[in-house]
Design a protein around this ligand. Structure first.
Ligand SMILES: Cc1ncc(COP(=O)(O)O)c(C=O)c1O
Length: 495
């Protein structure tokens, strides 16, 4: 950003934030007495030198260029960018939690263990499973854990060698096939039927004794309830296949329906979606996993157990697949989710899902003339629409999204699911008011008109953001995040 120098570029030799008074009574020692002289650097580190106020202004201004859920509407489909209630933050900043150490003896950490035990019990209850773990740090990590447990299960029955394939719908999130491949499986894709559900004939044709698992997202990534879930799970179970539920979309079902009751064997939840803990650059999050009792022996160690009034970590799990994260996952995320569930309670949780579904259907009803739904059904917590009607003006989904930035909105998810041409996946979440939804819909409708009258404007967008349209492919392939004194950025990517 030309108008926003890096902190290194603001540096002036000799500037300091804090100077220790010369009268300080801390005895000074030569560095060579503290660090062996052969390990001492010969040149000082090339760090920025600034006054305290310069640093404060630099980072405060930088933070104000960030767009987040606290600054505006963030309808990023599949990501459930819901508001993170401040109550959660209050709980998670309690020093009684923040000052704990994961290696403390169990008896000195009973309060923390209680929070984790409550949460894993509630997550199992909400999803309809027999047990849960909070160890995975993200959704994809939860997916991988489920596949590793499924593999261990098949191995325990002498079927590990023969079951080499994982079935994944063609509409699935990219992490599903990636997790299956990471777990050593071959991935086979199952077609979507014309109504947006899974094609049962294709599923039957691909199911057999060579299949280890199916990964099914419900509600699907098309924002639709998979009506054939129970039948699909029956077909798969008859062939000895284990069924994993990708629970990234649980915000549409929380408190209303339980994947465990639909016949799934295991599932992951993203606490940073349904249970409102913050999303942060890929983590730290919690990809809580629930399992039916036949998979319980394979849960990662240590397993948190309650004996009477006491909680303790159980390491004696001979069939466990081992650990998937250091210590016990991201504990403070658990505190936030615990506070969230406590705040809503049994009566409040279904309201979350109802409002999420209502808001998505409201948006769909308002914009469908300009942006038709990919599959014309009542949607769940998100709607997938297509920008194909604008193609005749040379305008694509990406142009619509970039123009939304000029209107002050974060764009929806683009080009996902892959099977929908010019896809725009909009997830408003339950926390947005009607006024915000209306303003967003008006912006989209107005952009659709601009596409007809001023398509060039959309091609140039965003025009009001600190940076214009970047060459994203160039940036991804030539990632350069390290400052060098002689750094050169080509003119075409810095504008
Ligand atoms: C449907 C679906 N599955 C899995 C994931 C992966 O979750 P995470 O980003 O927490 O790894 C996502 C993430 O957005 C998702 O939308």
């Amino acid at each position: 950003m030309k108008d926003f120098p890096l902190i290194f570029e603001r540096s002036h030799p000799g500037r300091r934030g804090v100077r220790v008074p010369s009268s300080a009574d801390v005895p000074q020692k030569p560095l060579s007495e503290l660090v062996p002289s052969d390990l001492l650097r010969q040149e000082p580190a090339e760090l920025p030198e600034l006054g305290e106020l310069d640093v404060i202004r630099h980072f405060t201004n930088l933070s104000q260029r960030n767009y987040g859920i606290d600054t505006g509407f963030y309808p990023l489909g599949s990501c459930t960018m819901k508001y993170n209630p401040r109550l959660n933050e209050e709980a998670a900043s309690n020093p009684k939690f923040t000052q704990m150490h994961p290696l403390q003896p169990d008896r000195t950490a009973q309060g923390c263990l209680r929070v984790m035990h409550d949460l894993q019990t509630w997550m199992a209850e909400i999803t309809g499973f027999d047990a849960a773990t909070l160890q995975p740090p993200a959704g994809a990590s939860g997916e991988l854990l489920c596949l590793l447990m499924i593999r261990a299960y098949h191995e325990s029955r002498g079927e590990g060698e023969q079951r080499t394939v994982v079935l994944v719908p063609d509409s699935a999130h990219g992490t599903n096939p990636a997790s299956a491949a990471r777990a050593g499986y071959k991935v086979e894709s199952v077609r979507t039927a014309p109504d947006g559900g899974c094609d049962l004939e294709d599923l039957k044709a691909k199911t057999g004794p060579h299949v280890a698992a199916m990964m099914l997202t419900n509600p699907t990534t098309l924002g639709l309830f998979e009506k054939n879930t129970v039948e699909m799970n029956q077909i798969l179970h008859e062939a000895g296949v284990q069924v994993f539920c990708d629970g990234a979309n649980m915000n549409a079902l929380v408190g209303i329906a339980r994947p465990g009751d639909m016949g799934f064997d295991c599932m992951h939840l993203n606490l940073h979606k349904t249970f409102s803990t913050p999303h942060g650059g890929g983590g730290p999050g919690c990809g809580c996993v629930g399992v039916k009792s036949h998979l319980e022996p394979f849960l990662p160690t240590p397993v948190l157990v309650q004996e009477g009034d006491e909680y303790r970590w159980d390491y004696r799990r001979p069939h466990s697949i081992g650990r998937v994260h250091g210590f016990h996952g991201n504990f403070l995320m658990n505190v936030r989710a615990w506070a969230y569930v406590m705040a809503y309670g049994r009566e409040g949780l279904p309201e979350i899902a109802k409002h999420a579904v209502l808001n998505a259907n409201y948006v769909l009803a308002r914009i469908r003339e300009a942006f038709p739904p990919a599959y014309d059904r009542v949607c769940m917590h998100e709607c997938v629409v297509t920008a194909t009607p604008l193609k005749k003006f040379g305008v694509r989904a990406l142009d619509v999204s970039k123009r939304l930035i000029d209107y002050g909105f974060h764009p929806p998810t683009n080009y996902f699911p892959l099977i929908v041409p010019e896809a725009l996946m909009i997830e408003p979440t339950e926390t947005e008011s009607k006024e915000t939804l209306d303003a967003f819909c008006e912006a989209l409708l107005s952009i659709a008109k601009e596409a007809e009258t001023e398509p060039e404007l959309l091609k140039r967008a965003p025009t009001r953001a600190p940076v214009g349209r970047l060459d994203e492919a160039w940036a991804a392939r030539n990632l350069d995040v390290r400052w060098m004194p002689e750094r050169r950025v080509p003119a075409e990517v810095s504008s």
